[in-house]
Design a protein around this ligand. Structure first.
Ligand code: ZN
Length: 333
């Protein structure tokens, strides 16, 4: 059963946050959608139509730690009036636990990252209000367990394997239903938008200092291709058709973005914020963090591959192109 929770108007490009309920009872849920007005009632009526109630939910699996995917867990537990096990990859635990929920959305680290990128203070304040909205659509998880690649969740009518697919977040996972060859892809594969390989500012704390979001994302695409699912149900929007073509399009998109960044740096060294208008034709209001993060993720690989370099640690950090015999963006593996 697929239940698209209608999303709030100011996140309209996401269309909906999809909740999946599997099994003939008890049920296992994949994601819960955000805590937006009416969401719980919407979910309840969808379950009722299929002959179930919140009390039938035994387990909740989370594709990753973003508020629009786990926001409703606590409300569901309260409505069911029982303990419902909830599973999340440990690399995304900071998003969901009560101790770090607030600081994970916004802290000095995020502010410093934007300052280093050359973002003007008034723009940082605008970006911050975007995170107030995120805080409003989720409750932190009172308790949860962790899952890892290869774990299996089975019950009447489903057999789900955990596929760790980092990149969008370090703890992003897909769930593969082996009998019907269905992949529940969270925010790793989305039909109508290119998923963002978000920068991970806590990678040292998480024990993954070498984590590069775009590199990890491209590796995860390989993993999904090797799996070759027949059907893909994403965390937002409609089911995916033509997965190989969509993945090729993602690769092309990232390749072109790296080329464009290099082209901009060839003309003139600059900060990430200075580069933004030349790389993104239009940045939606309040989405500066996403744009800076996206540019950083691409630049990170260009620097690692010796095509670009940090010329001045600033703040703001100034990057420039490295002139070599063949200065084109590196091949994505
Ligand atoms: Zn997400």
């Amino acid at each position: 059963m697929s239940i698209p929770i209608p999303f709030a108007a100011d996140a309209a490009n996401l269309v909906s946050a999809n909740v999946f309920a599997l099994g003939t009872g008890p049920l296992i849920l994949i994601d819960t959608g955000p805590k937006v007005p009416g969401a719980l009632d919407y979910l309840e009526s969808a379950l009722r139509e299929a002959g179930f109630g919140f009390g039938d939910i035994e387990t909740i699996l989370l594709t990753h730690g973003h508020v629009d995917h786990f926001g409703l867990v606590q409300d569901i537990r309260n409505a069911a009036n029982k303990r419902i096990g909830c599973f999340l990859h440990p690399y995304d635990r900071l998003h969901a636990s009560p101790e770090s929920f607030e600081s994970r959305l916004w802290d000095k680290g995020k502010e410093d990252f934007l300052l280093k990128a050359g973002t003007p203070p008034q723009e940082i304040q605008k970006t911050r209000s975007r995170f107030d909205f995120f805080r409003s659509i989720a409750d932190p998880l009172e308790y949860f367990s962790t899952l890892k690649d290869g774990d299996v969740f089975t019950g009447e009518g489903y057999h789900l394997s955990v596929i760790h697919t980092p990149g969008h977040t370090p703890g992003s996972c897909c769930f593969f239903e082996r009998n019907r060859r269905i992949l529940f892809s969270g925010d790793v594969i989305i039909r109508h938008i290119t998923p963002n390989p978000l920068v991970e500012l806590k990678k040292d704390f998480l024990g993954i200092p070498g984590y590069r979001s775009l590199r990890a994302y491209v590796d995860s695409l390989h993993k999904i291709e090797a799996l070759g699912p027949d059907y893909v149900f994403p965390g937002h929007g409609l089911p995916v058709e033509g997965l190989p073509g969509l993945i090729a399009m993602y690769r092309n998109h990232h390749r072109q973005r790296m080329d464009r960044i290099l082209e901009v740096l060839e003309k003139k060294p600059g900060s990430i914020y200075e580069m933004l208008p030349q790389v993104f034709p239009k940045i939606p209001k309040g989405e500066t963090f996403l744009a800076v993060s996206d540019l950083y993720a691409h630049l990170e690989l260009l620097v690692e591959d010796g095509k670009a370099a940090l010329l001045d640690p600033g703040p703001p950090e100034i990057y420039g192109a490295v002139h070599g015999p063949s200065n084109t963006a590196p091949e994505l593996p």
